[in-house]
Write a protein that binds this ligand. Structure first.
Ligand SMILES: Cc1cc2nc3c(=O)[nH]c(=O)nc-3n(C[C@H](O)[C@H](O)[C@H](O)COP(=O)(O)OP(=O)(O)OC[C@H]3O[C@@H](n4cnc5c(N)ncnc54)[C@H](O)[C@@H]3O)c2cc1C
Length: 436
């Protein structure tokens, strides 16, 4: 079994950005990545027609770290001979499908760094040829070893308790949206979409287009769908300076910062889709043909299979009245889980269960993570483990899995690897100035 210097799990945007950073700044480091998907793909379950991205397109896989990199979104457009047409588009943000194509284009250039179709099911500490390392085993039984590990697996979907037991072809998380629709044998007559996120609103609109005769109800606990906080002052939460500021704050102050910045990314949606949905609902009322509804103040307390349908039990959040509904499909658009001890969080990425004895936690019960994203392990001799894209609870909203800071995070991880492993550090200027 070959031992890589760095073994990465997952080859989504976070670890692809790291692969590029390593190639551009530390080409002698022997890195390899294992990816469950068959080919590079970004959010392929949610490439909805007309949907756009939520980050400034220049905050791509590389530009904040190295604006001269070949792998920028702008250079992708240039090489694909679409730059001038793209710049002429009457939109603020590119289509999600175009950004996904950009991601796949870069991914293909770095395909030699990765084994696709390789879902890692187990990671264990081991020794190979006398080297302490981690060994990852894939679902097909292949084994790969790394002297350092970088987990970049994306966050775990959050599926609230009532839906967990009902998950399947008719009840699914937003990340499975398009594949589940493609597998339907008949058009649904009634659909429930759960949650008040950007994805929930996009899905309601998409369902209304696909199934114009179906009744679609969006249930959410809050009073109504909220507008995303796009104030440029709030958006400074996605600055690297904020990541440092947040990392150093106490848990209590972190909670306060979280509640202020929450609406920049969670339980809220952009004005364009909110306005489109509101107008659609109003127009259906004018036509005397109400098909789409948004039902706030509702919490689903039970979801179970009833014949060929899903039976929902709901509680009105302010009065406690119990209601019932029966639907053909339930799309759970309730986001993702962060790391932490709270009920909707997970203590550590499930994939690290085999390394449980090495993990340490701070006094508040959060996984202990250094500022450079390496884990503070129980043994000083343990090989390095980095988390890439999973650290919102320690590093703040800029680590919420978005594109915003991932190119800079890749540089931090590469720098952390250099500083902590046996490699001779390159002078920082050399890293910053190295050409693509
Ligand atoms: C619908 C949707 C739209 C979004 N739009 C935006 C946007 O416009 N702008 C923005 O900034 N952010 C957006 N986000 C946030 C999103 O998290 C980031 O864009 C980005 O996908 C994060 O990259 P990542 O590499 O951390 O995680 P992921 O994209 O989730 O990639 C993780 C990769 O790891 C692989 N993997 C997981 N487990 C294993 C395993 N056990 N073995 C092997 N491989 C594994 C997965 O297959 C996946 O390819 C969106 C999220 C969603 C759900």
């Amino acid at each position: 079994m070959h031992v890589y210097d760095i073994l990465g799990i997952g080859f989504g945007p976070a670890n692809l950005a790291l692969a590029i950073a390593l190639e551009e700044t530390l080409p002698e480091v022997n890195a390899h990545f294992l990816e469950a998907k068959q080919a590079p793909a970004w959010q392929d379950g949610m490439l909805l027609p007309g949907s756009n991205i939520q980050n400034h397109p220049v905050r791509d896989l590389v530009t904040l770290r190295n604006p001269r990199s070949r792998y920028s979104f702008i250079n992708y457009l240039f090489e694909e001979e679409r730059l001038i047409e793209h710049l002429n588009l009457p939109v603020e943000f590119p289509l999600r499908k175009e950004y996904a194509q950009y991601f796949a284009w870069v991914g293909r250039h770095f395909a030699h760094y990765a084994d696709f179709g390789s879902r890692v099911v187990k990671i264990e500490p081991d020794q190979v040829q006398g080297d302490p390392c981690y060994v990852a085993t894939t679902a097909a039984g292949r084994r790969f070893a790394g002297r350092a590990l970088v987990a970049g697996t994306g966050r775990t979907p959050h599926v609230p308790e009532p839906f967990a037991a009902a998950l399947g072809p008719q009840v699914f998380h937003l990340t499975d949206y398009l594949p589940r629709l493609a597998a339907l044998s008949a058009s649904p007559e009634r659909i429930a979409v759960i949650g008040g996120s950007q994805s929930a609103v996009e899905i309601v609109l998409d369902l209304a287009r696909r199934f114009p005769d179906a009744e679609i109800v969006n249930y959410l606990r809050a009073f109504g769908l909220r507008l995303k906080d796009t104030s440029p002052f709030s958006e400074e939460g996605y600055f690297p300076g904020f990541t440092k500021y947040y990392y150093g704050a106490s848990r209590e102050r972190k909670r306060s910062l979280d509640s202020y910045l929450r609406l920049t990314n969670y339980s809220s949606a952009d004005a364009d889709v909110l306005h489109e949905l509101y107008l659609l609902i109003y127009e259906q009322r004018l036509d005397g043909r109400q098909r789409v509804r948004v039902q706030g103040n509702r919490q689903v307390i039970d979801a179970s299979l009833a014949g060929s349908r899903i039976s929902l039990v709901l509680a009105e959040t302010n009065y406690g009245d119990i209601e019932h509904d029966e639907v053909d499909l339930v799309v759970v658009a309730t986001g993702f889980r962060d790391l932490g001890p709270q009920p909707n969080q997970e203590p550590y990425p499930a994939l690290l269960t085999g390394l449980r004895d090495l993990l340490t936690f701070d006094q508040d019960g959060y996984l202990a993570i250094n500022e450079d994203y390496s884990l503070i392990t129980a043994s000083a001799d343990a090989p390095l483990i980095f988390l890439n894209g999973l650290c919102e609870s320690s590093h703040g909203i800029g680590d919420s899995g978005s594109f915003s800071l991932l190119s800079l995070r890749a540089a931090t991880i590469a720098g952390g690897y250099l500083a902590r492993s046996g490699y001779q550090p390159m002078p920082l200027r050399e890293m910053e100035d190295s050409p693509a």
